[in-house]
Design a protein around this ligand. Structure first.
Ligand code: NAD
Length: 254
């Protein structure tokens, strides 16, 4: 498993302490990159578990707070010496009918998924521009950024926002040699979805996977990590402002 140009690179992964972000930390270490993770919790556990694979460290951080993000970027820079790749992955979400969403819940999801993506993306981009780093940024959107899944109005809106943030970053940062892309995973088995699955029950989940996903199963976090690795690598050297869908064919259904 090798993507061109990742070995020896410095990679910052937000939300790298669980699910897709943790799988990404593992994948980048396997590619020979040096990794710095942040998350709300589990930093020490993930660093301890993945340390045998290579150089990894991290910090606890809430990406929706600018002070935390400033500290995150300073700590990552101190640990790695610079940032070549940002995997802008942290996010949250839950099911809630549109008619019942409170302004507080709306604000929470927007603060983490969209404001947090902006804050970390801007802070790392400023660092890259200052250092003259021809870096790569991959933002986490979702298939929910491309279609309006029922009971996810706040989440869908935040992920749609990530796609236009990504395109605008690509337009403005391309001239600095910084590539910016997004990934749009569909249904992936992670702790985030485990809670939702527990609410819906195993029969609903099995029927959903059978009826809505042509490959007939949920994706694995490592399958999204592979897309992150590709988009961050030199193998994607002319891929810019794009969104890569990883959904087992879910969006192909009419
Ligand atoms: N699981 C899916 O089916 C799926 C599909 C499409 C997109 N996504 C997106 O993938 C990303 C990762 O999700 P996951 O399924 O791996 O979930 P997860 O809950 O397993 O992991 C989420 C990670 O983000 C971190 N995080 C959450 N809020 C944060 C905050 N305010 N500040 C810093 N870190 C924060 C958590 O600590 C954790 O490390 C999210 O952006 C999610 O929206 C997930």
């Amino acid at each position: 498993m090798t993507m061109r140009g990742l070995s020896g690179k410095n990679v910052l992964i937000s939300g790298g302490t669980s699910g897709i972000g943790e799988a990404a930390a593992r994948r980048f270490l396997e590619e020979g990159a040096r990794v710095f993770v942040c998350g709300l919790d589990r930093v020490e556990d993930v660093v301890a578990a993945l340390s045998p694979l290579g150089k990894i460290s991290g910090t606890t951080c809430d990406v929706s707070h600018e002070d935390d993000v400033e500290r995150l970027v300073a700590e990552a820079t101190a640990a790695l010496g610079g940032v070549d790749v940002l995997i802008n992955n942290a996010g949250t979400g839950w099911r809630e009918p549109f008619l019942e969403i409170t302004p507080e819940h709306w604000d929470t999801i927007m603060a983490v998924n969209l404001r947090g993506m902006f804050l970390v993306g801007q802070a790392v981009s400023r660092l890259m521009v200052r250092a003259g780093t021809r870096g790569s940024i991959v933002n986490m959107s979702s298939t929910n950024g491309l279609g309006g899944e029922e009971d996810y109005a706040h989440y869908n809106a935040s992920k749609g926002g990530v796609l236009l943030l990504t395109k605008t970053m690509a337009v403005e940062l391309g001239r600095h040699g910084i590539r910016v892309n997004a990934v749009c995973p569909g249904y992936i088995s992670t702790p985030l979805n485990a809670g939702i699955e527990a609410d819906l029950g195993p029969d609903f989940v099995a029927a959903y996977q059978r009826d809505h996903i042509p490959l007939g199963r949920a994706g694995q976090a490592a399958e999204v990590a592979a897309a992150y690795a590709f988009l961050a690598s030199d193998d994607a050297s002319f891929v810019h402002g794009a969104e890569l869908v990883i959904d087992g064919g879910q969006l192909a259904i009419m």
